[in-house]
Design a protein around this ligand. Structure first.
Ligand code: HEC
Length: 125
């Protein structure tokens, strides 16, 4: 029963992502950001890509923290390379260009205000 439910929900997700009309590009990106094939991006990069502390611990050097970086200003091609490359901590995802674009567009839209402020600041320098 559990298994068939899982299968059904997979089918549903596949179906949703194939049908652009059913959910918007923004919703598709939101879904991928929170539930890509693997661990959610938000667990390490925060709710909106602003970055977060993944874990804190203590060792002989004292208090340590592993941070997921702020990815709000990342451009599309470096995001694609990051998602599909090897890292020390971040998993490798194997997402398609279209999937990374959806995540990228979602983060751009979600952080529109923040990003336009940054742009303003940079242009008045
Ligand atoms: C387990 C935690 C974790 C998850 C999950 C994760 N990341 Fe990362 N990500 C990191 C860390 C840590 C780095 C810095 C490189 C490293 O040490 O691995 C990074 C680097 C990046 C970078 C490059 C930014 C830079 O400053 O180098 C991008 C872009 C990125 N991640 C996007 C994503 C996206 C999109 C997802 C979801 C598909 C995702 N990450 C999932 C932890 C994670």
């Amino acid at each position: 029963m559990k298994r068939s439910l899982l299968f059904l929900s997979c089918l549903l997700v596949l179906n949703l992502s194939a049908d652009e009309d059913f959910i918007s590009h923004y919703e598709y990106g939101e879904m991928l950001y929170h539930n890509p094939r693997g661990v959610s991006c938000s667990q390490c990069h925060g709710e909106s890509g602003e970055g977060t502390t993944i874990v804190e611990f203590r060792d002989i050097h004292g208090k340590q923290a592993i941070q997921g970086p702020d990815i709000r200003q990342e451009n599309l091609s470096s995001m694609f390379n990051a998602v599909n490359g090897y890292h020390k901590i971040m998993p490798r995802y194997y997402l398609t260009e279209e999937e990374v674009k959806a995540i990228y567009d979602y983060l751009q839209e979600k952080n529109r205000e923040y990003l336009s402020k940054i742009q303003e600041r940079n242009s008045t320098k």
